[in-house]
Design a protein around this ligand. Sequence first.
Ligand SMILES: Nc1ncnc2c1ncn2[C@@H]1O[C@H](COP(=O)(O)OP(=O)(O)OP(=O)(O)O)[C@@H](O)[C@H]1O
Ligand SMILES: [Mg+2]
Length: 302
Amino acid sequence: MTTDTTTKSAASGATPGETVLDARGVTMRFGGLTAVSDVDLTVNSGEIVGLIGPNGAGKTTFFNCLTGLYIPTEGEVRYKNQVLPPKSFKVTAAGIARTFQNIRLFANMTVLENVLVGRHTRTREGLWSALLRGPGFHKAEAASRARAMELLEFVGLAAKADHLARNLPYGEQRKLEIARALASEPGLLLLDEPTAGMNPQETRAAEELIFAIRDRGIAVLVIEHDMRFIMNLCDRVAVLVQGKKLIEGDAATVQRDERVIAAYLGEPLANDPGAEEAAEVEAAEAAAEATTDAAPGKENDR
Ligand SMILES: Nc1ncnc2c1ncn2[C@@H]1O[C@H](COP(=O)(O)OP(=O)(O)OP(=O)(O)O)[C@@H](O)[C@H]1O
Ligand SMILES: [Mg+2]
């Protein structure tokens, strides 16, 4: 009987520059509402890609379409050239892990137990072994705990392994969610507003953590409203507005795009000449401000 060694990694074998995620024409309708409309997006190995857009733009819905939580009304999602199965646990097993906008932890489990739960897609083959509780099971369990502790060390929570998840401050709960996602050994990590509720120091630490994740060979797709965070972090940024991809490009290109500025200022995109003129003035002012402020540290654009 084979027992999973718990070291299997979906991240291993990634070729630099390989397309990890390929979403084509993804559309999600809820009755009469089109939350996501014909969105194409790719993420390559070694990349950190940002997904931004106003509230209700369809960002989380798009993530749900990528992770098997929703079956897109139209379109196709491929991970490393394989069409993804429409079940979230199968998507996780294939190599895509995620965190949630509204933290989803097992509040009454310890920090370590939460990470161990995240490992189950990598230890399924050990089911018989687990039932029989033979030497293979104990070996696999020890390896799993060691890996979970290593991940807690990586995110800076090792000292709190035995604490209950509900007793962690908010910022640490977000880190724990990341550790749990990493426990499934993904090749692509999707983060839905990882710095929401964090203070500036925690946000900076989260930035470093995401760079370190990328350096471990895991591609990252991240949703955030914090523009400074996104622009510092991302190789490419895609902007969703009313379910549609408005623009995609490097941080500088996206940052100075007037439609993006207008979308964030809440100006209507419709052809209202008065509104358009006002938007242009505001956009120019914002762009001037952005250039002044952004020069050394990109202190702007929240
Ligand atoms: N399960 C659902 N049923 C019906 N409508 C939904 C469902 N999920 C999302 N929506 C709608 O789809 C639209 C997009 O919502 P979504 O949560 O994806 O936006 P978002 O870009 O993540 O916004 P935020 O920045 O506020 O998190 C909204 O109008 C929302 O009300
Ligand atoms: Mg959302």
